[in-house]
Design a protein around this ligand. Sequence first.
Ligand SMILES: [Zn+2]
Length: 112
Amino acid sequence: MHELSIVMNIFDIITEKVPDKKIRALKMAVGDISGVSVEALRFSFDIAKKGTALEDAELKIKRVKVSVRCRKCGAGAVLKDRFVLQCPECPSRDVEIVKGRELNIEYVEVND
Ligand SMILES: [Zn+2]
């Protein structure tokens, strides 16, 4: 389960950026094709947080849908089916993924 190592990396980043603070909430953006399972992420978070500054933190997750931009006609859209990479306006499959791969920390809330 690679979500656990992802979570531990995130904890490292947070404790480096805001040392000696208790974290109240952590908000993450998770793309639909980030390769991360939100359920596994929550599970890993609950395991990893014990004894850390995030022990009492709430994990908030924002799902990011897959957006593409067509390299032929320039149209952009959110994909209805994340498994079908195709331009919404023309038959081209030459599309660039502009959103959906995110695995980012949006923000943390610290206790004063
Ligand atoms: Zn197109």
